[in-house]
Design a protein around this ligand. Structure first.
Ligand code: GUN
Length: 281
């Protein structure tokens, strides 16, 4: 018998908790908490993400400042905006929605965000601190996954964890968080040999590959915990994860659904990071 980890429910509970913390902070300090969200261009998926981030701010009492820039905006204009947000006391967190249009130098733009306002946790300073297990702002999606383990009292101590996907946004920080939680971590990717064998040895599998239903039942050990970070469309255009959920679920002790699993946790952790930035500043 598997148990579903309900991300939607956990996210709602956490948002209520964050709201009361934000209210307390505002009452004690007399200040608002501000998140700047920068969107360049009109990518439909990015527009949805940004809309949801702004909605989440309203839900928890964080003031959002949205900057919608033309898709052809000059690099210097974006840099100027980030520089001014960096020194603005009203702004506790700065989020630049990715991907940026090709003509912009994303690395140069992201490097202008001071690490204390880097609520995405993407900066070298925050990533380095995470690697050294020091206080930092942690990338939202992997941090949300850790909250899911915690909510179900899943003990990671000494467990074999396999993370599939080595992105800077999910896979690498996920591997670090699991390592810091005393799991033995194997970080797999497109060049990994014997992926199936590695997965079969895992007590915990985190799939962040970006390929619809890639993880099959014959890759999963009985009783494993399976976390699906994927967000894809299947052959019928239906939203699905990286895990072949219907066939894999029976082998698991815990599994996350798509949608309604990791997704709702990401924006919740962004709210949490923004609150943390305010309290630490
Ligand atoms: N684009 C896709 N995911 C993310 C994210 O977590 N943060 C930002 N800034 N852009 C994204």
């Amino acid at each position: 018998m598997y148990k579903l980890i309900d991300g939607k429910k956990l996210a709602a509970k956490m948002r209520a908790d964050i709201k009361s913390k934000v209210d307390e902070y505002k009452a004690a300090s007399g200040k608002e908490i501000g998140l700047a969200v920068v969107l360049v261009g009109e990518d439909p998926a990015s527009q949805v993400y940004v809309r949801n981030k702004i909605k989440a701010c309203e839900e928890v009492g964080i003031k959002s400042y949205a900057y919608y820039l033309d898709k052809e905006v000059a690099q210097s204009r974006v840099e100027e905006l980030i520089r001014s947000l960096s020194v603005d006391d009203k702004i506790n967190g700065i989020l630049v929605q990715l991907p940026l249009p090709r003509h912009l130098d994303s690395k140069k733009i992201l490097e202008l965000i001071p690490y204390a306002k880097d609520v995405d946790g993407f900066s070298a300073e925050n990533m380095g601190r995470l690697c050294m297990n020091e206080p930092c702002l942690v990338a939202c999606t992997p941090n949300g996954v850790m909250k899911m383990f915690e909510s179900e009292n899943i003990d990671l101590n000494g467990k074999n964890a396999v993370v599939i996907g080595r992105s800077n946004i999910v896979g690498k920080p996920m591997a670090m968080l699991l390592t810091n939680a005393n799991a033995t971590v194997t970080l797999c990717h497109s060049r990994t040999r014997d992926l199936k064998q590695k997965c079969l040895e895992a007590d915990v599998v985190v799939a962040a590959i970006g390929k619809a239903k890639f993880i099959k039942a014959d890759m999963i050990k009985d009783g494993a915990v399976v976390i699906d970070v994927g967000m894809n469309r299947d052959e019928n255009g239906k939203l699905c994860g990286d895990v072949d959920f219907e066939n894999v679920k029976e082998k698991c002790s815990f599994i996350t659904p798509v949608p309604g699993g990791v997704g709702p946790m990401t924006i919740t952790m962004l709210m949490y990071n923004t609150y943390l930035s305010a309290t630490r500043s």
